[in-house]
Design a protein around this ligand. Structure first.
Ligand code: COA
Length: 152
């Protein structure tokens, strides 16, 4: 299946896919995230497209040191057909082609089912704790309000 930079007409579907897959939280704005990733030279969103339809996505980018992926998602009806693997390999190639030696990713603590998928792709627990805060005080307040519901 072709993995391509996301066609602009499929961008709204991508953001909806991320919502439907439970990848967003109240403080996430997937449309803004998508626009930001497409707006700079060090990130992009790749899409699996068949018959003009969006089958899956992955956001990939780098900070000049390491590569990261976000929003890996495959349409529920098309899972188990190797699309997730193809998307991850395409993200790896995108980074490798830019001289980035390592790809890492974050998995939410409540998304344990996906760990085995990543292990099959060759990824291993890096034994690090990720800390973060929003630089926008309103978003940080929203994050703190929801911390009981979404502790991570
Ligand atoms: C994770 C996800 C992208 C996998 O996509 P997919 O197209 O179904 O995956 P593939 O068919 O390419 O699977 C590749 C391998 O992983 C395995 N695998 C896939 N999902 C798995 C799961 N939930 N548990 C265990 N193994 C899994 C497959 O069996 C396959 O193994 P094999 O190649 O050894 O036979 C998809 O389940 C998804 O969109 N999940 C919801 C969104 C999400 O949680 N994204 C990750 C956020 S960190």
């Amino acid at each position: 299946m072709p993995i391509v930079p996301i066609p602009s007409d499929l961008e709204p579907e991508a953001a909806q896919l991320w919502r439907d897959c439970g990848l967003t939280r109240p403080w996430n704005d997937p449309d803004a995230d998508l626009a930001r990733a497409l707006g700079g030279p060090s990130s992009t969103v790749l899409a699996a497209v068949a018959d003009g339809e969006l089958r899956g996505t992955v956001m990939v980018g780098h900070d000049g040191h390491r590569g990261w992926v976000y929003y890996l998602a495959v349409q529920p009806d098309h899972r188990g057909n190797g699309i997730g693997r193809e998307l991850m390999r395409a993200a790896e190639s995108w980074l490798h082609g830019r001289g980035i030696p390592k790809l890492q990713l974050m998995v939410r603590a409540d998304n344990t089912v996906v760990i085995e998928f990543y292990e099959r792709m060759g990824y291993v627990d890096q034994q690090v704790t990720v800390l973060g805060r929003f630089l926008d005080e309103d978003l940080q307040a929203l994050r703190e309000q929801n911390s009981a519901q979404h502790p991570r």
